[in-house]
Design a protein around this ligand. Structure first.
Ligand code: PLP
Ligand code: COI
Length: 365
């Protein structure tokens, strides 16, 4: 357990910050990850000074030597979380300590120093407070926060950097998928895998996403929105769906999701849905599920719904599945009732429109 609790932040005003009218204009239909706020939070690390030089400062380009380690060997990790507007006007984060904890786990795997959880959450809270006016209010929208850390030492030897930059940027977001609420189509990749045991599948590092892009391009060539990744050894067991976890809903009302075996990112949405569904009286299994069983169950009517989940995509229904050996529709190809019920319960809780019996929603005062 890391016991470090406080770091002081220097505030630097942004003279180019947008005015209310300019901001309102940018907040119209922001999409995902294209519109950014005026400020960023940064903390530096060096062996002598440790974590130091914490700032809330104008969002600007980073200046990096061309030999900077992250540019060559991808020593980088990130997180994804959202700030929501509560009905009483306050902003709130959802389980921010879980992101802070996962960030430390990712750091350990990438041989980076572990940012104390209190520094991570403090940087995020201060940035959200600074950018309060950027939190959109339309249903389904939020202020997406992207904490990340890069290796900043300029050296070409393959080794862990001695110096790092932790940074948080923010962007107002609507829906991650255009039309995703109607059900996405997914491609079962038999060419590419995402992760193997002992690799970095359970860390949130940029390299995982770079390695997934060719698989995503293959899915697009087959007119699919996303990739279903199977396990690396048997090419049988369903692991993840693009940058999301995956759930299956059965005729008897139960739901199932692949277990965390080291190759799957331990999603905070996944963990929350397991608890939420259990509380709703739904039987939840964390058990392996094969691609052939999925096809068989979909065709026999035993499997009735499937959805992907993550912070960015929230809960996205899966409509149909294609692959070189597979082709089937989930239910009638439209979002099912369990998927919609869980999405409604989770999102309403996150934006304070439904009570939070778990203590997951943390208002920022
Ligand atoms: N799986 C991968 C590979 C992801 O990138 C994400 C997104 O962060 C998730 C699952 C879902 O995780 P979370 O629910 O914590 O956002
Ligand atoms: C998230 O759900 O927050 C993600 O990180 C997914 C993706 C945008 C990388």
């Amino acid at each position: 357990m890391n016991t470090t609790t406080a770091i002081s932040f220097q505030y630097i005003k942004n003279p180019a910050a947008l005015n209310d009218a300019q901001r309102s204009q940018r907040l119209q239909a922001p999409g995902f990850g294209r519109v950014f706020t005026d400020y960023m939070a940064t903390i530096k690390y060096s062996p002598d000074a440790g974590w130091h030089d914490a700032k809330i400062e104008p969002r600007t380009a980073l200046s990096l030597d061309p030999a900077t380690l992250v540019l060559h060997y991808a020593q980088e990790i990130f997180e994804g979380m959202k700030a929501y507007r509560l009905p009483d006007g306050r902003a709130a984060l959802f389980r921010p300590n879980e992101n802070a904890k996962r960030f430390r786990n990712s750091a350990r795997r990438l041989a980076m120093p572990e940012l104390p959880e209190a520094f991570f959450t403090e940087a995020v809270r201060r940035l959200v407070k600074q950018e309060d006016k950027w939190i959109p209010t339309e249903e389904g929208s939020a202020l997406y926060l992207r904490p990340f850390m890069i290796a900043t030492e300029a050296v070409l030897g393959v080794k862990p950097s001695t110096e790092y930059l932790f940074c948080v940027i923010a962007n107002p977001v609507g829906s991650y998928f255009k039309g995703g609420d109607d059900g996405v189509s997914v491609w079962v990749s038999d060419t590419y895998i995402r992760a193997a045991v002992g690799g970095t599948g359970d860390a949130k590092c940029g390299g995982n996403y770079a390695a997934s892009l060719a698989a995503h391009a293959e899915a697009t060539q087959h007119n699919c929105d996303q990739v279903v990744f199977l396990d690396a050894v048997e090419r049988t067991w369903i692991e993840e769906l693009g940058a999301m976890n995956i759930f299956f809903v059965f005729k008897d009302g139960s739901i199932q999701t692949p277990p965390l075996t080291g190759t799957i990112l331990p999603g905070i949405t996944r963990a929350s849905l397991i608890e939420l569904a259990t509380r709703e009286g739904i039987s939840v299994r964390e058990e392996p599920y094969s691609i052939d069983a999925w096809q068989q169950d979909a065709l026999s009517g035993e499997g009735v719904e499937a959805f992907a989940c993550g912070t960015a995509a929230v809960i996205t229904p899966i409509g149909n599945v294609k692959g070189r050996q597979h082709e089937f529709v989930i239910g009638d190809g439209r979002p099912g009732s369990t998927t919609l019920m869980l999405k409604e319960k989770l999102t309403q809780m996150q934006n304070g429109r439904r009570p939070d019996p778990f203590g997951w929603v943390e208002p920022i005062n």
